[in-house]
Design a protein around this ligand. Structure first.
Ligand code: HEM
Ligand SMILES: [Cu+2]
Length: 557
């Protein structure tokens, strides 16, 4: 491979959007690096081993570590990955440049917001976990930093809307290209979804933490939080789906089976992601069971696009395996490119998504939820989703995106491969153990290594947890070595050898397809989504806003 050293100027001269994308991506992985560091310590805690005293005086308590873990991984990393991928891919697909001034403004807002929030987090002044439920009261800088960080995503929303509008003007009557359509629906969904968090933080938590108002209403705050807190999981998930629909089939050596099905799945996410948050509040008094039931029904609607995705992707992978010469009922599976880390990440993530999704039905079911509420079951569930499916898709994407953006060839492909297998094995073991422990009643968010003898019935699963923590520590080490060694090396490929984005082709396209045409009426569907939200949340929110029960804040750490 011809490799030489080039200056930065040469690399980004023709494509300034590559540089801002790289900065978004690497900032996101840096957050993941710090956040993930605590994961194995938490897994050891749930194995009865307390490693936190080793971190003193840097980290004061288990709960400070847990807050850093949740915030950096689930809020910071996920948003930055979406901002990197789902602005850059549509721009590449449409062959258009996003507004570069705004693109940099979004990066700086994310960076500054993160910096402001980091001070109280690292200083143990905002150990409120990533859900920051009032009346737990963190330092105002945490809420202000988080708000600036989240608002940076609004700039990304605008960037993609602007790309799309410019393209539509230049191509009247044509159907939006697939990657752009999926990105656009993702950002519109996030715009609707994020409003709860924005109101909670801007109207209540910031004034409260600054001492401008005396108290906040815990029920209203929790409701606003979960208004965003459920669809935020789709905000994390849909970038992974974009990889799975529009990149993975090509990497596997085949084609996407159906473009209109992909559009329809994303449209259903736009409609049904938001009006469902009460399923996180089954145990909250103050919301009638009628509304909880209504949200449960809408929650189960999300199974439709999820199962459509499972079917379309499995069929696309079979198409790829057969195109590679795989024969028989299962021979196509063997024929897939299991040695390619770009393939491994999203594919192993998707496999983990099957038990993860099945567990979601238990969470969403009113009576079963009572058994596993606030136990480690929930932690097991969402690690198979966000920490496996979403994170592994991002890892797989990094393996092609960093070389594409920088022209630096991937370093340590063996480590890259091993990182994906180990992450998959570690997360599935941990997911299994945490589910089972939750079923036995072990609480989540608990420093249980201090009282491990209380949980002797769960001992075998606790041991499994500790083992998976060690496996995941090694997996993370391999992964971060690969991406940082790749990004920080001096070697670059010549321009002619720039690795391309592996956009997939499709078997059945959108041309002349009625469903695809209907889904393209984005403004109409956006209005339908708004109506659904008003129906599901209007009355309960009016009730809560008109009967506030403000309480003062507390600091429990
Ligand atoms: C080395 C990998 C990881 C390990 C071993 C790990 C382990 C754990 C454990 C055991 C908990 C439960 C702590 C408790 O309830 O007291 C936890 C919580 C959590 N993890 Fe991870 N995790 C890892 C990576 C990730 C990743 C990549 C994400 C997201 C992208 C993530 C998101 C979360 C979130 C949101 C929580 C909940 C925090 C809270 O309850 O406030 N984790 N993790
Ligand atoms: Cu939910």
């Amino acid at each position: 491979m011809a490799v030489r050293t080039l200056s930065h100027v040469d690399v980004y001269a023709g494509y300034p959007e590559k540089k801002v994308t790289l900065y978004m991506l690497m900032l996101g992985f840096f957050a993941l690096l710090l956040g993930t560091f605590f994961g194995p310590l938490q897994a050891l805690n749930y194995g009865g081993i307390d490693a936190y005293p080793l971190l003193k005086p840097l980290v004061q308590s288990y709960y400070q570590g847990l807050t850093l873990h949740g915030v950096l991984n689930a809020i910071i990393f996920t948003q930055l990955f979406a901002q990197a991928l789902l602005v850059y891919l549509p721009a590449r697909e449409l062959r258009m440049r996003p507004n570069m001034t705004l693109a940099w403004i979004s990066w700086w807002m994310a960076f500054i917001g993160l910096g402001i929030a980091a001070i109280p987090l690292l200083g143990n002044a905002a150990t409120v976990l990533y859900t920051f439920y009032p009346p737990l009261k963190g330092h105002w800088a945490f809420y202000v930093g988080a708000a600036i960080f989240v608002l940076s995503s609004y700039v990304s929303i605008y960037l993609v809307l602007d790309l799309w509008r410019r393209w539509k003007r230049a191509n009247p009557g044509k159907i939006t290209p697939l990657v752009t359509y999926l990105s656009l629906t993702h950002w519109l969904m996030w715009f609707l979804a994020s409003l709860g968090l924005v109101v909670e933080v801007a109207v209540f938590l910031i004034p409260w933490s600054l001492g401008l108002i005396e108290g906040v209403d815990p029920l209203l705050s929790r409701t606003l939080f979960w208004y965003t807190g459920h669809p935020i999981v789709y905000f994390w998930l849909l970038p992974a789906y974009v990889v799975a629909y529009t990149i993975l089939p090509k990497v596997a050596g085949g084609k996407l089976i159906s473009d209109p099905l992909a559009r329809l799945a994303f449209l259903l996410f736009l409609l049904f992601s938001v009006p469902v948050g009460f399923h996180h509040q089954f145990a909250d008094p103050g919301i009638s069971s009628g509304w909880k039931f209504f949200h449960t029904v809408l929650t189960l609607m999300v199974a439709v696009p999820s199962l459509m995705t499972a079917f379309t992707l499995a069929a696309s992978l079979e198409n790829a395996g057969r195109a590679r010469g795989g024969k028989g009922l299962l021979g196509w599976i063997r024929a897939l490119p299991w040695g390619n880390p770009v393939f491994l990440g999203p594919t192993l993530g998707l496999i983990s998504f099957i038990p993860g999704g099945a567990g979601g039905f238990v969470n969403a079911s009113f009576p079963l939820n009572q058994v596993i509420h606030n136990t480690t079951w929930i932690v097991g569930h969402f690690h198979l989703q966000v920490a496996t499916m979403v994170t592994m898709s991002a890892m797989g994407a990094a393996f092609f995106l960093i070389p594409h953006l920088t022209r630096k060839p991937l370093v340590g492909i063996g480590y890259a491969r091993a990182s994906q297998w180990l992450w998959f094995i570690g997360m599935n073991l941990m997911g299994f153990a945490l589910h089972w422990m939750g079923y036995l009643g072990v609480p989540r968010r608990a420093h249980i290594s201090e009282v491990a003898s209380q949980y002797q019935g769960a001992a075998p699963f606790m041991a499994l947890n500790a083992i998976s923590g060690v496996i995941l520590f090694v997996a993370a080490g391999f992964f971060f070595y690969v991406i940082f060694a790749t990004a920080l090396q001096n070697r670059r490929l010549p321009e002619a050898q720039t690795p391309e984005i592996p956009f997939t082709e499709v078997v059945s396209g959108p041309e002349g397809n009625r469903v695809a045409q209907l889904t393209d009426r984005v403004g109409f569907w956006f209005a339908v989504a708004v109506i659904l939200i008003v129906v599901a949340y209007g009355l309960p929110l009016i009730q809560m806003f008109t009967s506030l029960n403000p309480v003062p804040g507390m600091r429990l750490w």
